[in-house]
Design a protein around this ligand. Structure first.
Ligand code: DGY
Length: 425
């Protein structure tokens, strides 16, 4: 069974490989997506190390001059996706979107560097990527945290990667929608509409794109004018882990300036992250930077910070929280608490389980010594795959595969979970 899973996972990566980048899945997502690529590179590393590095190099070849790495790179024309380059109008040589995504590349590059066999190649590639990834991290702490709080804000739900999470409901509802141009969604041509965000949510997403486009995609100004500004513990946890990994990598490669600045980011941000902890919920919560209030929504975004070097007691509390969630979800980790009346088992980030999330949480738990829960996440991930193949996400109660099929990063995570060096075992 294991060998068949490994061969199926590799076949999916090859099928979705466009040469220098990988599509998440054909049809629904026909371009290069930022965090999909970084995590998918880990899958390629199991059978083609050069191709793994290439995936991340292609992503950073489209970095903006201010350091931002866009969430989509539109390498080819494809009318089957909305919103395409004509909507974003970012004016980049190769069209890109104008927002970013969870900065997991620092973690991915460190993991590749530690693991791959071709050491000369690894050193060359990591050394070249290091300043680019650092520029991305610097962009966040400069332009998404202009007051120097230590925590960065996302200015669009898509930046979180958890597009339609319950976390964003109230903040997205407040986004002005007047002047919204008519549009035709294409995602529901490719996936079951009941698994996707609602029309009302899409209107909010596109209203934000229009507002930032009208402001000329000027990242120096966007944080101040953004009608949506939320501090997501999951996003900040991923950034923190990438900064910590980049600091270590820079130390190893003798890049002292990047190492020092990255260590400073980690120290400051780790202290600030603790302000998002909720004793009542036993996890971290989002913070709405516009209202100044905590967002009462127990989503998986509040568990992802275990991926970062948070205090051991917090990691233990997150393992306990997962044990509580396991009483109502047959498969960990639901993207939202099933006991919340807003939970929706099949609708994208309002309930379903995702393998990439399981991988990050499991990795963090293992590093914090929470091996039993780390192993449970791995086991549940493999049970999901065995039952329902390489889906985009899964109903955490029934295991049904939802969203797109033959999904690249799901396949990459299976290769990771089944690899000999599995940190969660
Ligand atoms: C989509 O199109 O659904 C994406 O998640 C936006 O990046």
């Amino acid at each position: 069974m294991t060998n068949a899973l490994i061969e199926n996972a590799k076949a999916i990566l090859r099928r979705n490989d466009k040469g220098s980048y990988t599509v998440p899945t054909h049809g629904l997502y026909p371009f290069q997506w930022n965090w999909d690529s970084a995590l998918s590179a880990l899958g390629f590393a199991h059978f083609d190390e050069r191709r793994a590095w290439r995936e991340i190099e292609t992503l950073f070849a489209h970095q903006w001059p201010d350091g931002m790495v866009p969430h989509i790179i539109f390498h080819e024309e494809d009318k089957g996706y909305f919103p395409g380059p004509d909507v974003w109008q970012t004016g980049r040589p190769t069209p890109t979107s104008g927002i970013t995504q969870p900065p997991v590349a620092g973690f991915a590059v460190r993991r590749l560097f530690d693991r791959v066999l071709d050491r000369d190649l690894a050193e060359r590639k990591a050394r070249a990527l290091l300043p680019k990834i650092h520029a991305w991290h610097s962009f966040f702490y400069r332009d998404r945290d202009p007051d120097g709080t230590g925590l960065v804000a996302i200015t669009h739900p898509w930046e979180s990667g958890r597009d339609n999470s319950i976390d964003w409901d109230a903040a997205l509802d407040r986004v002005p929608r007047d002047g919204l141009a008519q549009f035709q969604r294409r995602d529901t041509d490719h996936a079951d509409p009941t698994h996707r965000p609602t029309q009302h949510q899409y209107e909010g997403y596109i209203a934000l794109v229009q507002a930032y486009r009208d402001a000329g995609w000027d990242n120096r100004r966007l944080h101040a004018m953004a009608p949506f500004k939320v501090v997501d513990p999951g996003f900040n946890g991923i950034l923190l882990r990438s900064c910590a990994d980049l600091a270590d990598l820079a130390d190893l490669l003798g890049e002292r300036d990047i190492a020092r600045k990255s260590h400073d980011f980690v120290t400051k941000s780790l202290a600030a992250l603790d302000d998002l902890w909720s004793d009542r919920h036993g996890q971290y919560l989002c913070h709405d930077r516009q209202t100044g209030a905590a967002i009462e929504s127990a989503s998986v975004g509040g568990l992802i910070p275990v991926f970062a070097p948070i205090p051991k007691a917090r990691a233990a509390a997150i393992a306990d929280r997962l044990a509580t969630l396991a009483r109502t979800a047959e498969y960990l980790a639901p993207s939202h608490d099933p006991t919340d009346p807003r939970f929706d088992a099949k609708r994208y980030w309002r309930g379903p389980a995702w393998l990439i999330v399981n991988y990050m949480i499991s990795d963090g738990l293992a590093q914090a010594g929470q091996h039993a829960m780390a192993a449970r996440l791995k086991l549940d991930s493999l049970r999901l795959i065995e039952r329902n193949g390489f889906a985009e996400y899964y109903d955490p109660i029934t295991s049904e595969g939802c969203g797109g099929g033959s999904f690249t990063w799901t396949a990459a995570m299976v290769l990771e979970f089944l690899s000999a060096q599995d940190q969660a075992a």
